[in-house]
Structures are given as structure tokens and as C-alpha cells.
Design a protein around this ligand. Structure first.
Ligand code: ADP
Ligand code: MG
Length: 375
């Protein structure tokens, strides 16, 4: 399925993964759209060294800016190219690590294109899940897996379950044991193959539009969050793990001019900013190795608490427009992404499910006592 170049990249990527901490940042630039071309917009991008992860931008006049990422995708790179870099995360999830893949950027830069894609040109979500089942099926001699999916939306700091019949019911996050949390009442759809997952995602996707009078507006103002929960048992060692994969299509990162928004729209804008700026604060705290990471300041970061930073693996797509008209938003996204890339984390840690281990210990102890009483 993969060509040599892609295989080589995957291998390299795996090596990087081991040695370089656990946050990867990929930058993807979409093509100029037809209407931008018609309007006379020009591309300010310099992709000469994109293969090495370098991105140049002609800011103004002779003022050039350069950025460095783990990889830069040009408008010529397709969904397969992009997925080749996300694919190694699948193995990590099945191995018991929490993983978060998210797309960040201004509205209209291709976040949904990268994550969801289209039916003919599927994105990271579908490809990741397809790979997840494929790899799980290859491991049936050594492991058993149980996989379930939840689809959520965070809008105005409220969590909606997109798989529920009553999607208007508001959900709350409850804190469980150290670091972990749960959402009482949330639907976790058990899935056994990619077709079932696809049906679940489609259902979530169509529920998203319900109740909003402008679908595009709504989706650019809300975060769409897919959570894949994987329970695994290693049949040889008996080790059980319980890990999560988050696939997140974030709300648009553009700053709304305060002067032309009022009332509900202003509240909306403040809430989006609250979630995205909370994400920025969490990233900064991680970068500074701060003892307190402010995960609880927004629903978005609270939900991602055990899958963002800490013991997990994070992959960010920073999506940008090539157009000179979008330059200031582009620079602000790239600066944010640069901060994210500066975060150095320790090695990721497996999410061992100790409740299974505890059950086994209790059983053993009971058996031991029974043996003893027979003596
Ligand atoms: P966002 O979710 O960030 O608001 P979209 O994913 O909706 O942006 O993309 C905006 C438009 O640009 C869509 O019409 C989409 O098909 C197109 N687009 C985005 N990225 C690409 C790409 N890499 N190649 C071709 N078209 C793209
Ligand atoms: Mg979108």
C-alpha cells in the first residue's frame, strides 16, 4: 500500500518518535482557491525546503520569515502523504498510549479537509481508524482488543453528545482517579470494523448541523472531538491497557474584531477564545515544565487532560492559507504552532489498566487461601 519513500519516512518517523519527545507539529498549506485567484491574491509561501520541514514566508517587501516544523506539506501533497506521518500513532494507541491528533488554524484553511476529508478523498480520521482495525486484526494471536467510539462537540463551553438521540442534553465532566475523568451518560458505541465506525461518524456529523441555522458558521465556531477508546489484553503477558485516541477538528483560530460582534456572537467568540487560549496556556505550562498545568480552565483542555502532554503522544496539524490576504492570521497560527513544537516531554507512558490486574490478584489470593484451608 505504501511506496518506498513513504515506508522510509515511517521508519524515520518511528525513530524520531523514540528519541525526540512526544509532540510532533506538521504544517499543511492548502492551495489558493479559485476565488482567491480571481480576486488577485498571491501566495506568500516559499516551499523550497519544505521536505526538510522548513517554511519560508515573504512577509512584506524583503522581509522574510522562516519557520521549522517536523514536516511541511505543500498544496501538492495529498491525503496519503499526510496520513503517512500520522500512521505510526495507530501502533502507539494499540500499545496502550494515549494519543491526541488535532488540527488548528484559521477557518477555511483545511482543518476539516485534513481530518474528515471527503468521501472520495478521505482524511486522517477514516485512515487512522482503518489502520487501527487492520493492525488490531494482525495482532489477534497475541492481543484481544475492544474498541468503542464517542463523538462530541464543544460549543460555547458546552459539551454535546453527537451520538445521543437527545443531542441538546448538556454533559458534564466528572473527575475520576488521578488525572483521568469521565462523562456520565456519554454514548460509547462499540465498533468492530471500519464500516461500523464510518456509520457512527456519519451519524455524529449529521447531528452536528441539527439546530444551527448556519452550518458553516456553527462548525467554524465549535470543536468537533472524536474519542476512540481501546481496551487491550496481551494474551502472553496478561497485561491490560486502556488507552484513548482523540481526533480533534478545532474551531477557527481567527480573532474576531470586537467591534462587529455583539450579544450571542460575542459570547461565542469569547468562549472559543477561552478554549483556544486555554489550549495555549496548557501548552505554555507544559513547555515551561510548570508544576501546575491548567487543564481545567476550559472544556476542551479538560477533556484532553490525559491525552495532551504528560504521558501521551500529541500530533498537531497547523493549517494555513497561502494567500497574502491571510498573512496576519497565518503568522499568528505559525507562532502558536512554534510554541507547541517547543514543548519537550518525557517518554510517553502506557496506560496500564490496573483494575484487571487487581482482579487477577484477588483471584489468586482467594485460590491461595482455599488451597491453604484444604491443607
Ligand atoms: P476549515 O475546516 O479549516 O474551515 P475546510 O477543510 O473546510 O477548512 O477547507 C476549506 C476549503 O478548502 C474546502 O473547500 C476544502 O475542500 C478546500 N481545501 C482545504 N485544504 C485543501 C487541500 N489540501 N487541497 C485541496 N483543497 C483543500
Ligand atoms: Mg471545518
Amino acid at each position: 500500500k505504501y511506496n518506498d519513500e513513504q515506508m522510509k519516512r515511517r521508519k524515520l518517523h518511528n525513530e524520531l518518535q523514540e528519541t525526540k519527545g512526544n509532540i510532533r507539529v506538521f504544517c499543511r498549506c492548502r492551495p489558493l482557491s479559485k476565488s482567491e485567484v480571481v480576486a488577485g491574491c498571491a501566495s506568500v509561501m516559499d516551499f523550497d525546503a519544505a521536505k526538510d520541514g522548513d517554511l519560508g514566508i515573504a512577509a512584506s517587501g524583503s522581509n522574510k520569515k522562516s519557520f521549522k516544523f517536523d514536516r511541511v506539506y505543500t498544496p501538492k501533497d495529498d491525503q496519503v502523504d499526510v496520513f503517512a506521518d500520522a500512521a505510526p500513532m495507530v501502533g502507539s494507541v494499540l500499545d496502550g498510549y494515549n494519543v491526541c491528533i488535532f488540527a488548528y488554524g484559521q477557518t477555511g484553511t483545511g482543518k476539516t479537509f485534513t481530518m474528515e476529508g471527503t468521501e472520495e478523498n478521505r482524511g486522517v480520521n477514516y485512515r487512522t481508524l482503518e489502520e487501527l482495525f487492520k493492525t488490531a486484526n494482525e495482532r489477534t494471536e497475541t492481543n484481544t482488543y475492544s474498541i468503542s467510539v464517542s463523538v462530541l462537540e464543544v460549543y460555547n463551553e458546552q459539551i454535546r453528545d453527537l451520538l445521543a438521540i437527545e443531542t441538546s442534553k448538556k454533559l458534564e465532566i466528572k473527575q475520576a482517579s488521578e488525572g483521568s475523568h469521565h462523562i456520565p451518560g456519554i454514548i460509547e458505541a462499540k465498533v468492530e470494523n471500519i464500516q461500523q465506525v464510518w456509520n457512527v461518524l456519519q451519524a455524529g456529523s449529521s447531528a452536528r448541523a441539527v439546530g444551527s441555522n448556519n452550518v458553516n458558521e456553527h462548525s467554524s465556531r465549535s470543536h468537533c472531538m472524536i474519542c476512540i477508546m481501546v481496551r487491550s489484553k496481551n494474551l502472553i503477558t496478561g497485561e491490560c491497557t486502556k488507552s484513548k485516541l482523540w481526533l480533534v477538528d478545532l474551531a477557527g483560530s481567527e480573532r474576531l474584531a470586537k467591534t462587529d460582534v455583539q450579544g450571542d456572537r460575542l459570547k461565542e467568540a469569547q468562549n472559543i477564545n477561552r478554549s483556544l487560549s486555554a489550549l495555549g496556556d496548557v501548552i505554555s505550562a507544559l513547555a515551561n515544565k510548570s508544576s501546575h498545568i491548567p487543564y481545567r480552565n476550559s472544556k476542551l483542555t479538560h477533556l484532553l487532560q490525559d491525552s495532551l502532554g504528560g504521558d501521551s503522544k500529541t500530533l498537531m496539524f497547523v493549517q494555513i492559507s497561502p494567500s497574502d490576504k491571510d498573512l496576519s492570521e497565518t503568522l499568528s497560527s505559525l507562532n502558536f504552532a512554534t510554541r507547541v513544537r517547543g514543548v519537550e516531554l518525557g517518554p510517553a507512558r502506557k496506560q496500564v489498566d490496573t483494575s484487571e490486574l487487581q482482579k487477577m490478584k484477588t483471584m489468586l489470593e482467594k485460590a491461595r487461601l482455599e488451597c491453604k484451608s484444604k491443607d
